[in-house]
Design a binder for this molecule. Structure first.
Ligand SMILES: Nc1ncnc2c1ncn2[C@@H]1O[C@H](COP(=O)(O)OP(=O)(O)O)[C@@H](O)[C@H]1O
Ligand SMILES: [Mg+2]
Length: 399
């Protein structure tokens, strides 16, 4: 758990992996990926890691052309236009569209084998309809570190479940409103949102909107007004229970049953996050596979314990998801191994790779599930959602 016991950035850089000294961010990490290809292809990416090494399947032809000259699939993904947006037949049913390997990729090339692997995984997903949970599962997505993939995970897992036929509500608890943006829901200041529910006792149903990308995907948006709620809640009665009360009333009002409610938390452990912990039975913690990933995790687990003891004994950490994983780097592998050692089978087998497609989807008001259903990022989030949906009820009860 102590990040200080792992190798420091300096030796990692010294290995020539191209890992940037500063904390990586989107384009910088893509650049790192390009440098890293000097090392050749990884041979252990069968679990879907390092998607940026390879282009999304519908972009196969151009990627195949790019690969021999650059040897840099990440570069191929960056350079390739969004062919799959226009031509991809899989928009309606992402999991059910196994792509064919490109004719130009040699049968034994890493690209061809990657494409075969992805085609197989899509077939497996399509053959496995997701079970509906016995009762609505309310899951808080939390990590007080910012930028670890909470919002990205919330909206993509929610969209993946909705694509597979389940009814899902996302409650945006972050004043930034990033989840609302990614789901194509407007959230300008002055509009009704989760602020009105928490502070003004407005029924949740009055702020819930349907995402334009799916009739089964609902969102209670956050406006910037929510930033003030952290303070306004302090003197209020039952201040930790306000979201829980609103969600319960919403679930009990009848109509089509929701299968999942995801609560996207802000990067803090304040009253908004506490409200989310009290309203949920499960916590999903996204962990970014980078150097400082594990710092602060013990504080998060301690806080969850305090909520269990004093406010919500039902609460369990049910799921850990490794995000922005890059199988080419020792650092990613070390973080993943350490997290798995600590959290055991709560850690999903699926890891989410760094992917340009995932990061650019929100600017189009979409998740990667609809923005580029043929991409590796979409496939990985569909797999993560399938794993979450198949978590056994008894296991969850056991914690
Ligand atoms: N798998 C990924 N690959 C590439 N970029 C990602 C990935 N996951 C998240 N990002 C980007 O990282 C940034 C932080 O992610 P976000 O989900 O907003 O984190 P948080 O909600 O924890 O603050 C965003 O710009 C997002 O687009
Ligand atoms: Mg966020």
């Amino acid at each position: 758990m102590n990040a200080g016991t792992r190798s420091t950035p300096a030796p990692v850089v010294a290995t020539g992996l191209g890992w940037p000294e500063a904390e990586p961010s989107g384009p910088a990490s893509a650049a790192a990926g390009i440098r890293a290809t000097d090392l050749g292809w990884p041979d252990d990416d069968a679990t879907g890691d390092a998607a940026d090494q390879l282009p999304a399947v519908p972009r196969e032809t151009q990627a195949a052309q790019a690969a021999p000259t650059t040897g840099a699939p990440a570069a191929a993904e960056e350079q390739t236009p969004r062919v799959s947006r226009e031509t991809g037949p899989a928009k309606a049913d992402a999991a059910a569209a196994p792509p064919a390997p490109p004719a130009s990729a040699g049968l034994d090339s890493p690209l061809a084998s990657k494409l075969r692997d992805e085609a197989r995984r899509r077939k497996e997903l399509a053959a496995l309809p997701l079970p509906r949970p016995a009762t609505t599962r309310v899951i808080t997505v939390a990590n007080q570190k910012g930028g670890v993939g909470k919002t990205t995970t919330t909206v993509n897992v929610a969209a993946a479940l909705a694509t597979q036929g389940l009814r899902v509500l996302v409650v945006d608890m972050d004043p930034q409103g990033n989840a609302s943006t990614a789901l194509g829901i407007s959230h300008q200041s002055g509009q009704h949102g989760i602020y009105d529910v928490l502070i003004e006792d407005m029924p949740l149903g009055e702020v819930v909107q349907t995402s334009p990308t799916s009739p089964r995907l609902l969102c209670a948006p956050a406006t910037i007004d929510l930033a003030g709620a952290e303070i306004e809640l302090v003197p209020m009665e039952q201040r930790e229970f306000r979201l829980r009360r609103a969600i319960r009333a919403y679930l009990e009002q009848g109509g089509d049953r929701l299968d999942y409610v995801f609560l996207d938390c802000p990067p803090s452990l304040g009253l908004l996050t506490v409200n989310a912990f009290v309203a949920a039975a499960e916590v999903l913690i996204p962990i970014q596979c980078e150097y400082y990933a594990l710092e602060g995790l013990s504080q998060l687990v301690t806080n969850i314990g305090l909520v269990q003891d004093h406010l919500n004994p039902q609460l369990q950490v049910s799921t850990i998801l490794l995000t922005m994983h890059d199988a080419r780097t020792n650092l990613s592998r070390e973080v993943a191994a350490e997290v798995r050692e600590h959290f055991g089978d709560k850690v999903l087998r699926t890891t989410i790779p760094r992917s340009v497609r995932i990061s650019e989807a929100p600017s189009h008001g979409e998740t990667v599930i609809t923005y580029d259903p043929g991409s590796t990022g979409a496939l990985c989030y569909l797999e993560a959602a399938a794993e979450i949906a198949s978590q056994d009820d008894r296991e969850r009860d056991r914690g």
